[in-house]
Design a protein. Sequence first.
Length: 230
Amino acid sequence: MDTKYQRLFKKEQDEGHFWPSFTDLLTIILLCFILIFIAMMIIKSLQIEEMKQTIDQIMGVRSELVDDLKAEFSDSATGIEVDEETGAIMFDTEILFAYDKSKLKPDSFQFLDEFVPKYLDILLQSGYEDYIAEIIIEGHTDRDGSYMYNMKLSQERAYSVAEYILSDDFPYKNIQQHLQEKLTVNGKSYSDFRTDEAGNYSAKASRRVEFKFRLKDEEILKKTREILQE
């Protein structure tokens, strides 16, 4: 029969066997967490590297597109201007519209017949088309009149351009389907006005129509790049 002291000694022996096993278990769990953490860091590192490569690829496409647009239009005698950072094509609305009007001038049709195919030949050529998410026609006005009046005017001007190049009167039917899939029309009123070389507000330069493009996932990639550079 076990005495009181024998039972106590046996209990201490059992506890002595239990605690080393519990410590070993904690060590194994800790090692598992460390291994999982290391694996997650490796995966994260690979994801970041892949994101960097994707970002560089997207930004490289924009740079190449801007260069191609500049090569095509910078020396144009029609007053076309190419933004060196965004690739936006800008031209004075006097080419297309009379002052304070949204109806296309008769001479504007020939201008659009010449400009639009050249522009889309660059944007939608092999190597670029898969990256283009959106083609934007954007109207801008000067500060004459209220903001909402100019919002309506800028929107109607952009719409008039889009309406013509998607109409039966536009001679290049083969590009209309591509436009329908990607085209957006915006009016900006006078919110994005322009200045002259001295930095002063220019009503004439502010009255314009722009053709712009947006690359797929561009905003997300731009923000991701900013985060990665922090």
